[in-house]
Design a protein around this ligand. Sequence first.
Ligand code: DC
Length: 227
Amino acid sequence: MKPYVVAIDGPAGAGKSTLAKRLAKELKIAYIDTGAMYRACALFAIESGINPKVDSPKLRALLSDAELDFRTVKGEQHIFLNNVDVSREIREPHISTGASDISALPFVRDLLVSKQREMAQGKSVLMDGRDIGTNVFPDAEIKIFLTAQVEERAKRRFLELQQKGDSSSFDTVLSEMIARDEQDKKRAYAPLKQAEDAQLIDTTDLNPEESFEALLSHIQNQLDTLS
Ligand code: DC
């Protein structure tokens, strides 16, 4: 079969990363977590004392020198920034907001989108994010828009943070998620949007196993039509 792209987009906390990782393993194709790339850029800016919201010469210089790559560590995909594993740090709540801020800057998107296209060259990939089906790979063979009601997404994120020992309240998680979704949807350049030819999958009433099965069966049906 020719290399193909599976694009999974959707708002924060819809379960994209967890499901995408599992699906890519099942399909035996590469997985690229594009959110981790925006998060690593935000982390680099914030740690360097540079405002991730503003397009500045300092931010441009910093990011043009940044080395970003994914490596497999103990069977799991980790993201490295300038040869340092930052996979844990990029999941902190203030980095989620910083990633949404920095992702609104057109030069940052252009930089990362070209890296994402390069990473997918010549092989089948499953990529998740906000603009994969609309902008990064508008011709992707399979497109899914994964969503769930915001209260349910916030509940899942709240439980995940609690397990990590984070003490954020449910109300804080919910209001940060609403703010981030709004910012991601309203930005002028490549906003979060369902591609016209994407399959909408709502996981509000599905458990993780049911969500996985729903996505896998859609992908397999689509793959059957390709071969
Ligand atoms: O998927 P995530 O929560 O790790 O993404 C973090 C932020 O990065 C998200 O709020 C918006 C931005 N993002 C984006 O603009 N485009 C992508 N393809 C992926 C993420």
